[in-house]
Ligand binder design. Structure first.
Ligand code: GLU
Length: 391
């Protein structure tokens, strides 16, 4: 298949996309670049109207704060940078809110730290919030919670954040908009013959070297971090495009399948990192015995675990713990991360998903274990190998 068809097919299949927009796109000499923001809002609104869900990862808080405070450069001390982000984040989200209002869309601000995604309960909470916003047709706008992060709990840059958000929100595509056209084989600012790389099949040493030969592109938010983010997303099974967010109509053009930017293909064997985390990092804290119908649905049809297929719950475990799913013959069939704690699962087992709310008084999810949070035991060996090779 040629590149253009491959792009078209990948983009045609998109149901949920994460669009990351860097400070270089969003800020100009005198603050936030409103014409660019309005142009992007128009494109994103059109995407939404075509039925695609969008999660935005927006940088620009510190840059906006610098301009708002009329500083001449980024302050050096961490506390001053955090205070600058506090000033800029409000400005940034208001600008997005105004821009999307023109097209009748609402936004919700989600500020995250890495700590939020490494603690299972908070990870699930962040995921639930994003899913709820999307179900309300609101555009989640994510940024790092710069005002509270210290080095140990930083994502480091919004490229890394956008890769984690792509996995968290179970998006099927990451679009990383920056202020250059994509990945070049040389620094395009110095070399007239620099060639834009249209497709990267696998991020390997050679590709990393391309980024490495571009001075200044390796810092925070540089080409190096964009490639690392694309690699993370590829391992989790989704493609990334790095493209120029300053080009008017770029998002529309990408979704029409035009050859813009650099497309990073998903890697062939992909046990997503979250699944890897569930299957191998977290030891199961309990067991759920499932009936034959649920076993067939899970093993043969790739479905989630619903309360109706549960016969017994063994042990005490919390929301977000990993548990083993055991069939009626006592054989383990899968490991998965639960959306309810053991006490609540006992209360809803055997019931229909539609009854969860009336039994518990609330509902996180229809599923006790969503498919995306489950790994079949039969695939674990293969997945383990895939992860060992790739990560
Ligand atoms: N969170 C930072 C900001 O909003 C941006 C970090 C980055 O661009 O990588 O200013």
């Amino acid at each position: 298949m040629n590149n253009e068809n491959c792009r078209k097919d990948l983009l045609k299949a998109v149901k949920r996309v994460v669009i990351k927009i860097g400070s270089g796109v969003l800020t100009g000499d005198d603050g936030l670049n409103l014409p660019v923001m309005y142009g992007l809002s128009a494109d994103i609104s059109a995407l939404k109207e075509s039925g695609i869900e969008v999660v935005l990862v927006s940088s620009g808080a510190i840059a906006a704060g610098i301009r708002k405070m009329q500083m001449t450069s980024k302050p050096r001390s961490v506390s001053q940078q955090q205070a600058t982000a506090a000033v800029g984040q409000g400005h940034l989200i208001r600008a997005w809110e105004n821009a999307f209002e023109v097209y009748g869309h609402r936004v919700g601000q989600v500020l995250l730290t890495r700590d939020d995604l490494t603690h299972r309960r908070r990870y699930l909470n962040a995921r639930n919030t994003i899913f709820t916003l999307l179900s309300w047709k609101i555009i989640p706008i994510v940024n790092e919670n710069d005002t509270v992060v210290v080095d140990e709990i930083k994502f480091g840059d919004n490229d890394n954040l956008s890769a984690m958000v792509t996995n968290l929100s179970e998006a099927d595509f990451l679009i990383n908009l920056t202020n250059i056209d994509g990945l070049f084989d040389k620094d395009p600012r110095d070399h007239k013959d620099a060639r834009l790389i249209s497709v990267v099949e696998k991020v390997d040493r050679k590709i990393a070297q391309f980024a490495g030969t571009i001075p200044g592109f390796l810092g925070k938010g540089g080409m190096g971090s964009k490639i690392r983010a694309a690699k993370k997303v590829a391992i989790a099974g989704a493609p990334t495009i790095i493209a120029n967010g300053l080009k008017p109509g770029i998002i529309k053009s990408l979704f029409e399948g035009h050859e813009e930017g650099t497309l990073f293909l998903p890697e062939a064997v992909s046990l997503c990192s979250r699944k890897h985390w569930i299957a191998f990092t977290k030891s199961p804290k309990g067991e759920i015995i499932i009936d034959r119908g649920a076993e067939i649905a899970i093993v043969e049809k790739g479905k989630s675990l619903l309360p109706s297929g549960i016969k017994e719950v063994r042990g005490q475990f919390s929301l977000g713990n990993s548990v083993l799913l055991i069939n009626e013959d006592g054989e383990p069939v899968a490991v998965g991360m639960v959306s309810y704690h053991s006490g609540n699962i006992r209360r809803i087992m055997g019931a229909k998903s539609a009854e969860i709310e009336s039994i518990l008084g609330f509902k996180h999810d229809d599923e006790v274990i969503h498919r995306n949070n489950m790994v079949l035991t039969a695939l674990m060996d293969e997945g383990d190998e895939a992860c060992r090779l790739n990560v």
